[in-house]
Ligand binder design. Structure first.
Ligand code: MG
Length: 397
């Protein structure tokens, strides 16, 4: 099959992003990185190659629920992961159209892959059958003996560190996956291809194409991406909100219900914490306030779940390549006492904004009995957001 001319091959891609991320403490593929989840940078690089006709994005069932509908599209099939990496590769491969000439398999935890590296791997695979992107080993290697001493210092010049993408003519990969169908422990599929007798070419890649495995890798990836995107600027935004406390409504704060005899009155669910936090993020981006997109006069937003407002703000941030560095939220309430609910509210705030827990802080103050807040007639909220913006990503006037 050809597209856009007689010489362009049709390429399928499998992006494996179904791992559990045990070394990171949580699945690493959806950690935020310069305004996009880690694996979406990889997806973007493949979609930037017009010869890639279909990407099978292999996700865990949980992430299919959270992100599947948003990520699936004409060129993207969202596919459930298998029990092992090879199971995931098989599921992804099965979702590609049979007409593709080559298949590139990529690790969703390598966000710094570029279209140039993808093309180099695919071209080598079409020429030779199979190709693995690798970099020459930089460190002196030691082989350890069982007693923990050095058994041997091999010649470093002969060693390469394998990365992804790894690309294959379609038939070569199909053959390896079917002949070694029971293979569970392989850490990459090229070792199965080697076992079929097929030579695997080495394509020199880039040391930037790191795998995000441990927390410090995220710092490195962020530094590489930021330099590609241009010098980022950090901005601070402030948000404020107040709602009246009335009988007969649930008290929603930071996306969770806090037990109380009253709740916040509002056209929406009245969640002052989410409203203030959203306004703070919009403020940092120079992007107005939540009432512009969600006017209280609009009947469509009656009873609105404020998490939808957060989604809207996150979409705006992603479109600008803006990354929320930190949210600090201060509630002011005489009643109920909010301290017992700090943990739940802060966890929910982090989840709503898809931030690591360490990037949010939530606290509450009483109003010392003063004024309407002090009389328990209202709850107010202040929020400060620190947001990193890609250069040129500041909203136009
Ligand atoms: Mg409000």
């Amino acid at each position: 099959m050809t597209r856009g001319g007689p010489t362009r091959p049709a390429v399928g891609a499998v992006i494996v992003a179904a791992g559990s991320g045990t070394r990171m403490g949580r699945p690493k593929q959806f950690l935020p990185l310069c305004g996009l989840p880690v694996c979406e940078w990889a997806l973007k690089a493949f979609l930037d190659c017009p010869e890639v006709v279909k990407v099978a994005l292999v996700l865990s069932p949980e992430n299919i629920g959270l992100h599947g509908a948003r990520l699936a599209g004409e060129r993207v099939a969202v596919v459930p992961g298998g029990a092992t990496r090879m199971g995931s590769v098989r599921n992804g491969f099965a979702a590609l159209p049979p007409e593709v000439d080559a298949v590139a398999v990529h690790d969703g935890a390598r966000p710094l892959v570029t279209p140039a590296v993808i093309r180099a791997a695919v071209e080598a695979a079409l020429r030779t059958g199979a190709a693995v992107v690798s970099v020459p080993a930089k460190d002196t290697l030691k082989r350890a003996a069982p007693d923990g001493t050095v058994a041997e210092t091999p010649d470093r010049a002969q060693y390469w560190q394998a990365q992804t993408p790894q690309a294959y003519r379609r038939g070569v990969l199909a053959d390896a996956l079917s002949r070694f169908a029971q293979e569970a422990d392989a850490t990459d599929e090229s070792q199965l291809v080697e076992r079929t007798g097929q030579k695997v070419s080495i394509v020199e890649g880039s040391y930037e194409n790191i795998k995000v495995t441990t927390p410090e890798d995220l710092v490195t990836a962020e530094a590489f991406l930021s330099s590609r995107l241009g010098r980022p600027s950090e901005r601070t935004g402030f948000g404020y909100d107040i709602h009246r406390l009335v009988e007969g409504r649930p008290l929603m704060l930071a996306g969770v219900e806090v037990p109380h005899t009253k709740g916040l009155l509002g056209h929406s669910d009245g969640d002052a914490a989410l409203h203030a936090a959203c306004d703070a993020v919009l403020g940092a981006m120079g992007d107005g306030e939540i009432g512009i997109a969600f006017p209280p006069s609009d009947p469509r937003f009656k009873g609105l779940d404020s998490r939808r407002i957060v989604e809207h703000v996150l979409e705006k941030a992603a479109a600008r390549g803006a990354a929320i560095e930190h949210l600090d939220v201060t509630l002011v309430a005489e009643e109920p006492k909010l301290k017992p609910h700090y943990g739940r509210m802060a966890d929910s705030l982090a989840a709503c904004f898809r931030l690591e827990r360490g990037r949010v802080n939530l606290k509450a103050k009483s109003h010392e009995g003063l004024g309407e807040i002090g009389r328990g007639e209202a709850i107010a909220c202040y929020a400060v957001a620190t947001v990193r913006l890609r250069s040129g990503a500041v909203a136009p006037l």
